[in-house]
Each structure stands twice: as structure tokens, then as C-alpha cells.
Design a protein around this ligand. Structure first.
Ligand code: HEM
Length: 205
């Protein structure tokens, strides 16, 4: 059976089931709102010697940005819980993201950097994709929990203590954001280089 017959045959199971696609795009939207409003919040009390340009920050001023940040937070967290629960419950995480062998990661990374990585079978992630997806899901856990610990440091004092206190948790939250932005640059570039992967994340096939 050729790749085309698999893609065009509606009897074949979707590469990405509907719940993955719905969760993925809700997550993408929520993350963009969180990042844009997070930059505006950061600008009100910067951790480093730079601020984010107002043109790319969301919410106009601190109070406006906080409203965006807390609204998108609920969407991100509820959607994230649904995705992670279904990821484990359906066995998708085990099937798609595991196992990860270091030798395969090195081999696939070399192939990717020399543009020799095969993209025929979209139903299987290569080892580099597996690492990136597992890492970004874990980063999602870190950004949410560090966010909770600086939002309600008294109510969530165990989490704040786990991060080494309020000030350290702020740095953790910032660097998790930076990691997500770096992931997004690579992830979106790859999706555009292999447009059929983007189509599969929209239509499922
Ligand atoms: C906003 C622009 C985005 C685009 C265009 C995009 C595109 C895609 C595409 C095409 C795939 C399937 C690629 C493949 O077959 O490897 C995918 C999967 C994935 N993306 Fe994105 N993505 C975006 C944002 C995000 C964000 C913000 C995150 C997380 C922070 C994310 C996390 C993931 C994960 C974890 C998967 C694997 C899903 C699974 O198989 O369960 N994406 N994305």
C-alpha cells in the first residue's frame, strides 16, 4: 500500500485523532496569549537589563496583561490536563513518544542537520521529535507549576519552596518561557518545511 492510499483512504485510522488536534490548536492559541501577556507583565518588573517591545506584548499595560494571562491560564491548564490524561489513557504517549534511544537521537539529529531525514511516514515520530515533544510536555508542567507558585505563593507554598522560593520561581518561570519560545521557533519552522505534517495536524490525515 502506498503512502497516498493510506492518506486518502478514509477507512485508515487518522494520524492524529480529533482529540489531539483540538487540544493541540487550543494549546497553541493559549500559549501565544500567555507568552504575549507574560512579556507585558515582565516589562512592569524586569528580571534582566532588557524589556520586550510594547508592539509584541499583549494587554497594553500591567493590569490588562494580567487579565489576559489569567484568562488563558485556565484554558491552558484544563486543555493540558485533558491532553495529558488522554495521552496516557489511550496509550498514545507510550506508542508515539517511547522508547527513546540515545543512539537514534544522535543518528536522527545528524540526518536532520544534513537534510537527510525521511518524512514519508507521518504516523511515526523520529527520535528527535520524540525528545522535543517529551521535553515540551515536561516544560509545560514546569511553567504551570512555577506560575502557580508565583501567583499564590502562600496557598501553594510547597510548590514555591520546591522551586527554592518566590524569586527563584520567577527565574524558573522566565526560562521555561524562553525554552517554549525556542521550541516554537524550531517546531513551526519544521512544520512549514514539511507542510503535509501541518495538514495532518489540521485534517488528521
Ligand atoms: C503555533 C504554531 C504551531 C504549529 C504550526 C504547530 C504544528 C504542529 C504540527 C504540524 C505537528 C505534527 C508534526 C509532526 O507530525 O511532528 C505538531 C505536533 C505537536 N505540537 Fe505543535 N504546533 C504549534 C504550536 C505548538 C505549541 C505552542 C506547542 C507546545 C508548547 C506544541 C506542541 C506539540 C506537540 C507536543 C506535538 C505532538 C502532539 C502529539 O502527537 O500528541 N505545538 N505541531
Amino acid at each position: 500500500m502506498t503512502a497516498e492510499t493510506i492518506i486518502l483512504n478514509p477507512a485508515q485510522p487518522a494520524i492524529h485523532p480529533a482529540w489531539v488536534r483540538v487540544c493541540h490548536w487550543i494549546n497553541a492559541l493559549a500559549i501565544l496569549v500567555m507568552i504575549g501577556s507574560g512579556w507585558q507583565i515582565y516589562d512592569a518588573s524586569p528580571l534582566f537589563a532588557f524589556t520586550f517591545p510594547r508592539q509584541i506584548a499583549l494587554g497594553n499595560w500591567l493590569a490588562g496583561a494580567l487579565l489576559w494571562h489569567f484568562a488563558a491560564m485556565w484554558v491552558l491548564v484544563i486543555n493540558g490536563i485533558v491532553y495529558v490524561t488522554l495521552g496516557f489513557a489511550t496509550g498514545r504517549f507510550r506508542r508515539k513518544l517511547l522508547p527513546i534511544y540515545p543512539s537514534q537521537v544522535i543518528g536522527d539529529l545528524k540526518a536532520a542537520l544534513t537534510f537527510k531525514l525521511a518524512h514519508e511516514d507521518l504516523s511515526r515520530y523520529n527520535a528527535v521529535q520524540k525528545v522535543l515533544y517529551v521535553a515540551i510536555i515536561l516544560t509545560g508542567v514546569v511553567i504551570v507549576t512555577s506560575g502557580l507558585s508565583i501567583w499564590k505563593p502562600v496557598q501553594f507554598q510547597e510548590i514555591t519552596a520546591f522551586y527554592g522560593g518566590y524569586d527563584t520561581a520567577r527565574y524558573v518561570h522566565f526560562f521555561a518561557m524562553a525554552a517554549i519560545v525556542a521550541f516554537l521557533v524550531v517546531h513551526v519552522s519544521l512544520a512549514l518545511i514539511v507542510p503535509k505534517s501541518l495538514r495532518a495536524m489540521v485534517t488528521g490525515r
